[in-house]
Design a protein around this ligand. Sequence first.
Ligand SMILES: Nc1ncnc2c1ncn2[C@@H]1O[C@H](COP(=O)(O)OP(=O)(O)O)[C@@H](O)[C@H]1O
Ligand SMILES: O=P(O)(O)OC[C@H](O)CO
Length: 512
Amino acid sequence: MGSVQEVFVGSIDQGTTSSRFLIFNKQGEPVASHQLEFKQIYPQPGWHEHDPLEIVAGVEECIDGAVKQFENQGHNINSIKAVGITNQRETTVVWDKETGEPLYNAIVWTDTRTQGLVRKLKQRLGADKLTDICGLPLSTYPSVGKLLWLLENEPKVKAAYEKGTLAFGTIDAWLVFKLNGGLKRNIFVSDPSNASRTMFMNIKTLKYDESLIDFFRIDRTKVHFPKIVHSSDPSAYGSLASTVLKGVPITGCLGDQSAALVGQKGFTPGLGKNTYGTGSFILYNVGEKPVISTHGLLTTVAFDFGGNSKPMYALEGSIAVAGSSVKFLVDNFGFIENSSKISQLAETVDDNGGVTFVTAFSGLFAPYWIDDARGTIFGITAFTNRGHIARATLEATCFQTKAILVAMEKDSGHKLTELAVDGGMCNSDLTMQTQSDLISIPVKRPAMRETTALGAAIAAGLAVGVWDSIDELKAVNTEGVTTFKPAISKEESASRFARWEKAVEMSKGWAN
Ligand SMILES: Nc1ncnc2c1ncn2[C@@H]1O[C@H](COP(=O)(O)OP(=O)(O)O)[C@@H](O)[C@H]1O
Ligand SMILES: O=P(O)(O)OC[C@H](O)CO
């Protein structure tokens, strides 16, 4: 008898600043990976775009790169049974259904060009009902405003709309369409964790909602929306039409924050995680029924694996600027040569020296939703140096996380007892210690931090029987957790937080 062949699952992680492809074994360990950064396009202050074709090419290059590494280790390409996709959410791509060509750059989730448009929408009759239907408040963040802006301002998009050939999708839908070979197969789908970020999907039915579409005055017959399918599905997402993995089925799809929750195995109500990537996103599993926040949080689909399982929901606290503030100190000010040096710089001083940095580059998201705030530094004196600014930069994300956890406790009636973390910025021990100090609960960081990619691999693997159920995943990614415990008193923590809240208050109104 021959030995049972080891099986693997591939995972495409298309983030805001980089794309990567990882190959996981059944134990949830990455055995090969390839990562590429891509161009960030800032045509005007507040605008942020990506080239949709560059994104696809980068993803394909990552697949080929990781598979080469995998083969060099002596593995067989045929042992990769499926591929999952996880992606930056809300970022909006429009293309022509007849040509398959993009009609504009992708407008990124951080982009604030829709600020004026959003203000007008807030005045419209029925605006106060939207959150109850779709789980999101009106802001510059969801996809809808980006689509409306394109319809108003981009003649090519307007023309396709009038012709009835306009396709609108988030990055997942675009990738699935392109990786399947585009028009040849014309697969046009999205999963509920992505579709729930557009503001077009009813959070309870997981279907597009006519009342939402009507509110935004979009003619449904003129725009093609991707069909919403389960996050884990053996056939709905097609298969790779190019790269060395040609023919391998795509069987999982999750927005990156949902994927990170899955990768942290936040399968049951009461579990939460924070992913410190470009932005930072806390998701708290609330179970099979959506909880609509009254404290500035979002309601989102955590995952919808189909089969006998019901969709699971999460309360979400979204922070627009996290790791990107570190990158800002690197790229715009040259404080350090790369992000990994930020802790070192911050540790050259004992504390923030009285400096508070409200990193509101795109306004402030949860739980504040202040669209006219902009980045503001308070407390500068002749004493201030780069170390203080670095420390205040790291603290800004930790303070916003604290504000979100306070809101989550109010909305859910439960207090988190620990916070699972991942994402680029969690590599900073100083940041994680500061986080624990400010929220007064332990912060737990796994040794294997590619949880977002793991989550998409899990969604894909469940669809093809690599794992039969989530019970089988108990042992996955449990090794080598580092725990950061609170090291300051709750009184000290509260006093620091009060100063932050004062700074938030004072940052309002700048971008009016
Ligand atoms: N050691 C570090 N300390 C602080 N921030 C870091 C560190 N390493 C990476 N980062 C930040 O993490 C972000 C990248 O994280 P990642 O999870 O890859 O993000 P994304 O998926 O949004 O592209 C960058 O913005 C970078 O500045
Ligand atoms: O690229 P990230 O990891 O910061 O995630 C982006 C989010 O999905 C935006 O909602």
